[in-house]
Design a protein around this ligand. Structure first.
Ligand SMILES: [Zn+2]
Length: 305
C-alpha cells in the first residue's frame, strides 16, 4: 500500500510527515529491474522526495532530489509533486555490493562521495536550488544535513526499504519530523529519546501492515503514527492533521519527449534523419518507449529551422 499522513504534536513544537510507500517502491523496482541495493537506494530517494512533496503548497508545485556520487550507483534522482505523484530513476540499476558488517544493504557505498541537490519549482521565475556535500550517502542523514544547512530547518529523517527473500519490496516508507519555530526544549529531548530507541521504520511498517489487515489505509498509517510516538509524553502527543495520497506516477508524453529530442539541435536531428530515418527515445523515469518516424523528424526539423 501507499499512504501518507501529516501530524503535529499538541504543543505545536513539531510537525510529522509519515508515509508508507511499499507499492510505489515495488513499482519502481519492477520498472527499473533493480538489484536489492539499488532498490533500497532508489526507494529511499523516492520516499524522501514524496515526503518533501507533502510540504509543497500547491498540487502542481514540484521538486527534484538528486544524489550524485562517485559510487557504482552514480546518480539516483526522484521528482515529486504537491499532489503526491512521484517518479525517479537510478543510473545503474544493476549495482551489487556486499552487505555491510551490520547485515544491511550498503546504500552509502553504492552512492559514494558526492552531493545532494534539491530543486524546487513553485511556478516562480527561478526555481530554488540547494546543494550540499553528502554526509554518508545513506540518504536519511544526507537529507537531515540538507535541511539544516540549506533550509535552516532542524529535522530528523528516517527512511527504510525492506527487501523480501524474492527481492521484491516487503515494506518501505519514511518519516520527516520538522521542528517548528518556538518549539519547547523538552520536546527536542523527548524526540531524541524516542528516535534513539526506535525500531527501524521498515520493520514497523511491515508489522503494522500485517497486524492491521482489516483496517483502511488511513487506519493503517494512523496506527503506524501512534506506534512510533507511543513513548512521547502526553504534552507532545501527536495528532493527525490530514491524510495524503502518495504514489508512482510518470507524466511523460510524446510531446514532452519531442521537446527532449529537439533540444539536441537541428544538426544532430538532421544526422539522425539521414542515418536512421527514425528515432526512439525511452523515458528515463518509466522506461516507456516513444517512436519518432521520418515524417515526425522532418516536422521537428522544420520547427527548429
Ligand atoms: Zn515516463
Amino acid at each position: 500500500m501507499n499512504k501518507a499522513i501529516i501530524a503535529m504534536d499538541k504543543s505545536g513544537s513539531f510537525r510529522v510527515y509519515l508515509a508508507i510507500t511499499t507499492s510505489m517502491v515495488e513499482e519502481s523496482r519492477r520498472i527499473h529491474d533493480t538489484t536489492p541495493v539499488a532498490t533500497a537506494a532508489l526507494g529511499r530517494v523516492l520516499t524522501a522526495a514524496g515526503l518533501m512533496g507533502l510540504m509543497l503548497k500547491n498540487p502542481d508545485d514540484k521538486l527534484t532530489v538528486q544524489f550524485k556520487g562517485d559510487g557504482p550507483a552514480r546518480e539516483v534522482l526522484a521528482s515529486a509533486r504537491g499532489d503526491g505523484s512521484v517518479k525517479g530513476y537510478i543510473s545503474n540499476p544493476e549495482v551489487e555490493l556486499p552487505l555491510k558488517a551490520n547485515g544491511k544493504l550498503d546504500v552509502g557505498g553504492a552512492i559514494g562521495i558526492g552531493t545532494i541537490t534539491v530543486i524546487k519549482d513553485m511556478g516562480l521565475k527561478e526555481p530554488y536550488v540547494g546543494r550540499i556535500e553528502l554526509v554518508n550517502g545513506e540518504i536519511a542523514e544526507d537529507l537531515t544535513a540538507y535541511f539544516f544547512v540549506s533550509e535552516q530547518q532542524s529535522s530528523s529523517v528516517a527512511l527504510g526499504v525492506r527487501i523480501a527473500t524474492d527481492y521484491s519490496v516487503a515494506a518501505s516508507g519514511g518519516m520527516i519530523i520538522q521542528m517548528l519555530p518556538g518549539a519547547e526544549p523538552a520536546s527536542v529531548t523527548a524526540l531524541e529519546e524516542m528516535i534513539s530507541q526506535m525500531t527501524p521504520i521498515s520493520t514497523l511498517i511491515e508489522e503494522t501492515v500485517q497486524e492491521s489487515a482489516e483496517k483502511t489505509p488511513e487506519g493503517v498509517i494512523e496506527e503506524l503514527l501512534s506506534r512510533i510516538f507511543a513513548s512521547m509524553p502526553e504534552a507532545f502527543a501527536v495528532e493527525p492533521l490530514g491524510y495524503r495520497q502518495i504514489g508512482w506516477n510518470c507524466d511523460c508524453s510524446q510531446d514532452r519527449l519531442e521537446q527532449a529530442l529537439m533540444s539536441i539541435g537541428a544538426d544532430d536531428l538532421q544526422a539522425i534523419l539521414e542515418e536512421d530515418g527514425r528515432a526512439e527515445l525511452t523515458c528515463q523515469f518509466c522506461r516507456k518507449k516513444y517512436l519518432f518516424d521520418e515524417a515526425c523528424l522532418r516536422r521537428l526539423l522544420a520547427e527548429l529551422r
